[in-house]
Design a protein around this ligand. Structure first.
Ligand code: PMP
Length: 439
């Protein structure tokens, strides 16, 4: 880039003592600010460019920062806006009581809906390595049978499954229709596919209909979460399916939070609505939530799975799920089936939690799934409540933007079949104390 030929050039010393300086280039109607570090600003060839801010007619604003300067500034911004994430390290198995720094905490933040992550049969299963392909093959067959579809394909994670499916199915001339509250991996998948993206307000069927009616794209794919991961509510699948029929669109459901939990036999959101592979040809499920292990799968027709094997890049170009995990999932499917009480117990506890919360006027969302959020508004408030609960020995995740929309930071309470009523009572009392009494 030779900016010096046709532009006015100015050097502004922004920090004499630290010997940084800022160059300001005016280039027709565009300009560029370059932030440079040098031991002597007059000898620019010895300087290091820390970053650039560009404003041009076509590209309104670009930042090219030296990596470390950029990362530092991002972290500082996050800290200042109460969005900095910290990690808790726990040593105990995944149960409602977690050991952190030697102290027991009562946790309401796992996705271990059926309490299977700590089940002795699953833990044992990790030693049952029967061979690389056999374990995967057997699991894929069992997942196909579990979801009532011709075939299933294992992916290493749900994120990768979503990327793989959407990019395999869509190209730049196609269109994809996404609920505003869809999981981020679906949005990333849509972006990566280069299809035209249409996002409709949460569960807003009228807007979806309007967008579908206007679209001239050859392939239209409607994608929705079955259970929305941050709100806990359920997609209006019957109406979506009807629209898909009207406008010849395909439907994909990410049922990460519905499988194992919803429906008469735990087959998820589709079972709850009585929908099958004809109405929803693409079903994605994860294995690290209700099934307590790790990994993900896509279930569908023979053709769909073959197509994915050919062109889903996040399937082709990555290491497979370890066979030991595949064996653990196989065992988990059996246990989930044999021990249906886990699902029933979970639903009892959800009802118990909701009744107890309503009695104490704790504001809940319209969720009948294990995800029971309490919206608090500002990120600072969510962090303060999270910290106050932690002080009382209780962990509930504080969810903040950009995971949820601005000013809807929340506590995301998740319930497991292994919780007990007295533990929920303890949570409710703590919530009353921390949220209601300190407002
Ligand atoms: N979809 C949804 C709805 C999710 O909640 C998640 C995980 N939080 C994923 C996909 C990604 O799954 P995984 O963690 O297996 O990558």
């Amino acid at each position: 880039m030779n900016h010096k030929k046709s532009m006015t050039y100015k050097t502004i010393f922004i920090e004499r003592y630290f010997k940084s300086f800022c160059s300001f280039f005016i280039f027709n109607s565009s300009f560029l600010i370059r932030i440079v570090y040098s031991s002597n600003p007059l000898y620019s060839e010895k300087s290091v460019v820390l970053g650039e801010i560009r404003c041009t007619r076509r590209n309104p604003l670009y930042y090219y920062y030296n990596m470390h300067t950029y990362l530092r500034s991002l972290l500082e911004q996050r800290q200042q806006s109460a969005l900095y994430r910290t990690r808790l390290t726990h040593l105990s198995p995944q149960t409602p009581t977690l050991l952190i720094d030697g102290q027991p905490y009562l946790a309401f933040c796992s996705n271990d809906y059926l309490g299977l992550a700590s089940h002795p049969r699953l833990k044992g299963a990790s030693h049952l390595i029967t061979g690389h392909t056999l374990a995967h093959h057997a699991l894929e067959k069992e997942l196909a049978a579990y979801t009532g579809r011709e075939r299933a394909l294992l992916f290493s994670t749900g994120y990768m499954a979503n990327l793989g499916v959407v990019t395999a199915l869509l190209g730049r001339h196609d269109a994809v229709f996404l609920d505003k509250l869809n999981h981020v991996s679906l949005v990333e998948a849509a972006l990566l596919s280069r299809a035209q993206i249409h996002r409709y307000p949460h569960n807003d069927i009228q807007t979806l209909a309007r967008l579908l009616a206007k679209s001239q794209a050859p392939h239209k794919l409607i994608i929705t979460d079955g259970v929305f991961s941050m709100d806990g509510d359920i997609a209006n699948l019957p109406d979506i399916v009807q629209l898909a029929n009207t406008y010849q669109a395909w439907v994909m459901v990410d049922d990460a939070h519905g499988l194992g939990v919803l429906g008469e036999t735990g087959r998820g959101t589709l079972e709850m609505y009585g929908l099958g592979a004809d109405e929803v040809p693409v079903l994605m499920g994860t294995l690290g939530k209700a099934f307590g292990v790790f990994g993900a799968f896509v279930a569908g027709s023979e053709l769909l799975i073959e197509a994915l094997i050919q062109s889903a890049r996040s399937y082709i170009y990555t290491t497979a799920l370890p066979p030991a995990l595949a064996e653990a999932v196989r065992e988990s499917l059996v246990v989930a089936e044999e021990e249906a009480w886990r699902r029933q117990r979970l639903h009892e506890l959800i009802a118990y939690f909701r009744a107890a919360a309503a009695k104490r006027q704790i504001p809940l969302m319209e969720s009948f799934t294990p995800i029971q959020p309490i919206v608090l508004g500002e990120s600072e408030k969510a962090l303060a409540v999270n910290a106050a609960l932690y002080e009382r020995g209780i962990i509930v995740t504080a969810i903040r933007p950009p995971t949820v929309p601005q000013k809807t930071a929340r506590l995301r309470i998740t319930l497991s079949a292994l919780h007990e009523e007295n533990q929920i009572d303890r949570l409710i009392e703590a919530l009353v104390d921390v949220i209601m009494n300190n407002e």
